[in-house]
Design a binder for this molecule. Sequence first.
Ligand SMILES: [Zn+2]
Length: 136
Amino acid sequence: MDDEALANLVRDRARRRCEYCQLPQTFSSARFQIDHIIAQQHGGKTVASNLAFACLADNNHKGPNLAGIDPKTGKRTWLFHPRRQKWASHFRWQGPVLIGRTAVGRATIAVMAMNLPHRIAQRAALIAEGVFPPRT
Ligand SMILES: [Zn+2]
């Protein structure tokens, strides 16, 4: 599979939504990116099972990180793995605020700065329009 076919697969599989914060690409001015879940720096391969579709904010904050600190317990934990874990098991919405249901969810929210004020404000605006969160 060439790079473009792989990128299309990842984008379509994610239904053009960020696999971390669920933001649809259509509501972002910045192009979403193909994220290496396990970064190439750590030996992660460019294969469908290691790729996720991610918004610029999440991808930038994640960088090559694999783990974070659960703010509730102070313990180190892996970040959310969109291929191996179910989103709804680790996250839930409280209005426009993303809540971690688990240590993985909480650490991921912290590392990716998913509840920065401008991100919450954007979600609140989309909720007011009736277009977020996406109905799965
Ligand atoms: Zn995102």
